[in-house]
Design a protein around this ligand. Sequence first.
Ligand code: NAD
Ligand code: WQD
Length: 334
Amino acid sequence: MKILVTGGTGYIGSHTCVELINNGYEVVIVDNLNNSSIDVIDKIQQITGIKPVFYQVDILEKDGLEKVFEENQLNAVIHFAGYKAVGESVAIPLTYYENNISGSINLYQLMKKHHVNNLVFSSSATVYGDDFDVPFKEEYGLGTTTNPYGTTKKMNEMIITDMCKADSDLSCVLLRYFNPIGAHESGLIGEIPNGIPNNLVPYIAQVVSGQREYLNVWGNDYNTPDGTGVRDYIHVVDLARAHVKAIEYALNHKGTEVINIGTGKGYSVMEVLKAYEKACGKEIPYRIMNRRPGDIAVCYADTEKAERLLGFKAEYDIDRMCEDSYRFTRMLDK
Ligand code: NAD
Ligand code: WQD
């Protein structure tokens, strides 16, 4: 079985390629290396013993992308490629709509033309917006997104759902990820943030490595046990394994399914900080700041559907997520 992985040298894509290869799939990666490095191909080979086929192609360039479909008999596509920075999407919305929507449409059109009927799409818990009570359930549908990035995820979900309604051969699994963190246990692949990290764990990692003085804790007056925001952090390797299950599901079913991928458990900012302190063995300085605009108090997944349809249940706890993140950060510093 040959799987096209767009964005396959990125953070979640690279871990997913490892799990696909470990499960006997052939992997073809398309990435323009906008937010990742070619070195990741060698790292995947070091971990798995197999070098994935790689095309440095921008999904906005349809001719280049079509060559990949012509040269490979593909069974399915996992579509990670896209921009993902919430704040940046507010500043340059058209760039986000072009890359995440036009790029995706190019891909979906080529899938149709070349009769590739199975798709797994990277959606996000951000599509629930601030409209619903936790735990977030798939049946809630799409909420009010608060930034262009989130809207591109919502629009992709709508486009894919319409495509599936129009074409009964299609099988599409829309995975709504919660907060992926951590890294591969080898320390060879992980998340390398571009500039100042927006996300909590990459920021903590930079405080620990001395690149930043202290963590800004965005608000401690939420209606949560310790007042700081609560999120459903999931180990990126667990998330990668969910993709293997989603591919198996797509290959054996038709139609669209929306599935949350989280642990179902929420941790506060202070709990994550404590877990990271345990992992690195030192105190991590922090300051309580005002709330960050657009943040919600609590976000965690209802995981029943992932368990029922995919047989997927996350294995790693917050301590392991922080240990693996710390190991990767130390390898980067070497
Ligand atoms: P990432 O930036 O590490 O990976 C995305 C990859 O896509 C990068 O390697 C980048 O170079 C590539 N890319 C971007 N635009 C491209 C284009 N036009 N053509 C070809 N390649 C292109 O991000 P990630 O964290 O691995 O996220 C993967 C997917 O999951 C994204 O769609 C993201 O929106 C989604 N997602 C991520 C999170 C998260 O917290 N990391 C949460 C929910 C959903
Ligand atoms: C987590 C918690 C912050 C940084 C974002 C996107 C979402 C998805 C995942 C792609 C919150 C607090 C953070 C810091 C802090 N990505 N925090 N200090 O906002 O839940 O989700 O990433 O789809 O779309 O919005 O993740 O890691 O930014 O924040 O106190 O320096 O940590 O306020 O409570 P978030 P995050």
